[in-house]
Ligand binder design. Sequence first.
Ligand SMILES: Cc1ncc(C[n+]2csc(CCOP(=O)(O)OP(=O)(O)O)c2C)c(N)n1
Length: 253
Amino acid sequence: MLGEAGSGHTGGSLSVTDILTTLFFSELKHDPQNPSWQERDRFILSKGHAAPALYAALARTGYFSSDELLTIRKLNSSLQGHPDMNKTPGVEMSTGSLGQGLSVACGMAVAARDKSGKPGYRVYAVLGDGELNEGQVWEAAASASHYKLDNLCAIVDNNGLQIDGRTQDVMNMDSISDKWKAFGWNVIEADGHDMQNLLAALSSARNETGRPTVIVAKTVKGKGITFMENKAGWHGVAPSQEQVCQALEELKK
Ligand SMILES: Cc1ncc(C[n+]2csc(CCOP(=O)(O)OP(=O)(O)O)c2C)c(N)n1
């Protein structure tokens, strides 16, 4: 996709792919044939630059044809460089400006409650660890526990890198888990590339009552492609045609 477009965010799309695959194929209550089904679970990709991974999940689950994936970032395509809720079926919220997704997720989680206070659907939001630098994330975190949003699950794609280097060097947020705990959240640590582990974490989040859950998922930026793994330089760079061939060969193994 990005090789064809000649631009876009490769590293953070690959780190979040296993998380999105687990969500879209096994966790979310959704109907790709009816994207606006009232009772569907809501999903927000707060780290919107990882749009290619979201588009792949949406296409593979049937929201639109996989042929469209190669139109990403082209003029008039429904697949913009960052998710656009007005253009792409299955995209619940336009994102790309970091820090805002969890606030919207909180609003959706409140709206999911019927008059008895019982939630009608669940809300999931995926954030980057670099994104946690944004203050608005923590306003939303405080609000979610205040309103006891147990139908809300945040997942942090904890790949340790962001645009300019290691998250610890750019703005150290350690310990990420302790910070969420301090904000009143149920915290689960998981391996973001182990689907069984992710499924267990998501199931435990579903059973939690009275507080929201965050899954701090350890991931590798550029996962699956040897020459991209753990390299901050691959944050916002598209592979050349030669690199695409090499990457596809590696993914087949
Ligand atoms: C408000 C805002 N500031 C800056 C940016 C530019 N930006 C895009 S991605 C990124 C780094 C994000 O790091 P992280 O959340 O760790 O993403 P990942 O490593 O998972 O791709 C930045 C600073 C942005 N999109 N929005």
